[in-house]
Design a binder for this molecule. Sequence first.
Ligand code: ATP
Length: 350
Amino acid sequence: SGLCKGCGRHREAYNRTQSRTLTTVFSGIQPTGSLHLGNYFGAVNLWKSLQNDPANHLIISVVDMHAITVPWKPEQLRQNIVQSFIELLACGIDPAKVVLFQQSSVPEHGKLQWIFSCLSSMARVDNLPQFKEKSAVQKEVSCGLFTYPVLQAADILLYKAHLVPVGEDQVQHLQLAQDIARIFNSKCGKLFPTPHRLHSDLPRLKSLRDPTKKMSKSDTDSRSLIQLTDSPGQIREKLKKSVTDFKSEITYDLAERPAIANLLMLYRAVLDVSLEKVLEETSKINKVELKARLAEAVIELLRPVHGKMKELRNDMGYLEQVMAQGTDRARTLASQTMDEVESLAGFRPA
Ligand code: ATP
């Protein structure tokens, strides 16, 4: 099962939700560019295992409202939204098992965010580290970037999610969502469950140019990431040119040799084997050969995904149908919660 009932790390969160028949899991992905291997192994693979467990109610949102918290171009955004749906479907996200929808097509997200903004102190939001990091590289910082974590809380709580798969960098944002749920429940009346973190076993993949940074869609240097849309030639080239160190032999040392460690983690994820197995396979080769083998393995992994993407691009009718169905399902759930929120908050007769 995707929830891995026996594993210690998940057991605590799982036990809290055992009494319910369904566990709602909420995840978001920003349409800020083509998905990369970090997204694939860090998020999409987990979603695929979650969707196959009937005990889960998995909700995945293409969070386009988050994507405009940094400078954006309308035409690019339009393309990225469609591309995100194509890539998720091509990777095996099944719209029959998952509520897959575009965030901006459900107006309740913005509405709930406003109420939550009024329940969050400036000081609490100002303390979040990601804002400081992201705003430091912007010429002009939007209010949207500041309140981004409050919108994230609305995304999660609108569906009364029990579990949210987030990386280390998002833990503080999830804590804000927990605080907001608690504040709303005590001020207005009990409505929201506390959303808990769902850990994934996979570490964050690093940039191929700078192993101190994570692989990221919005990285302006396209050589730093392998995207699902990359051709075999691009994959070979990017891996061949990926930054490593001066030693030629292969050893796994996260602190001293982070770039090689990153390539080994990637190889491990692509082959879906243990690190020991990868180290055994690579013990007698040098890093040039490692890069070459890794490139061929990634090309093989992405071959069926490329085929599926091509099919989907030629069937825009199907894609529109998937998007419309996702909107309908998400709106049904969101409007129920919003009705309850508005009554409890005092906008309507109790
Ligand atoms: P952006 O650069 O626009 O912030 P991103 O590449 O960081 O994009 P998100 O859309 O923020 O990706 O995240 C989508 C999902 O992919 C999240 O669940 C996130 O934890 C996961 N993810 C993103 N980058 C990595 C990575 N380098 N390694 C593993 N998982 C990742």
